[in-house]
Design a protein around this ligand. Structure first.
Ligand SMILES: [Zn+2]
Length: 289
């Protein structure tokens, strides 16, 4: 991820400035969000023959609008990719991989079942309010923070779980402060925030100065080892719909982090979009059989 961000920063230095144009977000015209909860199983459905898997793979890549470099690599190594994908889909918690963005809200009324209050073992609180995460995310955060601490760095958590109701107020505050068009770049509408998953942490100052701090550099280089993935990387506003957020990390698990790095150039949005389309096609196949 570090290498990719660096390359991006060199090749596309103008993009963060281009971010001033609020119409940058290019909505892709793929499948509508599936109603209700995401698929609970890792089955790929009847598309089990090699030929039909190839076809489903090509279709999912097309619907996810992957760039040619990524789809070319996947298509050229489809056996290895399919094997890795099976591992990802076998994860029994679908919320680790669910796509939540401007076009794909969470199921209505979604609230994680296993939220716990932050325990502040190796990390600190950046604000006074009580904060919560899902248990597995808190454990992974503690593990990462302990590793950072061993290198003399303290990670500070400034935002974690945010409920649907909280996000109503938050989006409203941003809109009053910046106007609707700018608010859309920096804040999610209720139901469309990854924070509602209870799997997301905002670190430090919640500004991109974080990227220049020792802690920010350490997190950028090491988060993947602990299952944390940056959601809105620099230079990808058109893809993600959000300006660069060097401080916002989503816990997706180690396996999915490695999958994102190996097959999707470290870009979470591409991977989750592909998985979304793949599961959508698989569900349609099951229905049709
Ligand atoms: Zn955030």
């Amino acid at each position: 991820m570090k290498r990719i961000l660096l390359v991006t920063a060199i090749l596309i230095p103008a993009l963060s400035c281009m971010g001033k144009n609020p119409s940058l977000y290019k909505t892709y015209k793929a499948a509508e969000p599936a109603a209700g909860a995401p698929a609970e199983t890792g089955e790929t459905g009847p598309a089990s023959g090699a030929a039909s898997i190839q076809k489903q793979l090509a279709r999912a890549m097309e619907l996810a609008e992957l760039p040619p470099a990524i789809s070319g690599d996947i298509g050229g190594n489809s056996g290895a990719f399919a094997g890795d994908l099976q591992g990802i889909l076998a994860e029994e918690d679908p919320y680790l991989r669910i796509l939540v963005d401007k076009r794909h809200p969470l199921p209505e009324g979604y609230e994680p079942k296993d939220l716990i209050e932050l325990r502040y073992g190796s990390y600190r609180a950046g604000i006074a309010d009580p904060m919560m995460l899902r248990r597995k995310a808190e454990e992974a955060l503690e593990e990462m923070a302990a590793a950072a601490k061993a290198e003399g760095l303290v990670l500070t958590v400034s935002s974690a779980y945010r409920s649907y109701e909280y996000q109503i107020g938050s989006f409203d505050r941003w809109t009053r402060r910046l106007g609707l068009r700018e608010a859309e770049r920096v804040s999610a509408r209720p139901g469309r925030s990854q924070h509602q998953l209870g799997l997301v942490v905002d670190f430090g100052s919640i500004t991109n100065e974080f990227a220049q701090t020792a802690a920010g550099r350490w997190v950028n280089a090491n988060a993947g080892r602990f299952g944390w993935s940056v959601s809105f990387p620099r230079g990808y506003e058109e893809l993600t719909g959000y300006a660069w957020e060097s401080w916002h990390y989503r816990y997706v698990g180690r396996e999915l982090c490695a999958f994102i790095d190996r097959w999707f150039n470290g870009i979470q949005q591409y991977a989750l979009r592909f998985i979304h389309e793949w599961e959508h096609l698989a569900a349609n196949q099951r229905q049709g059989s």
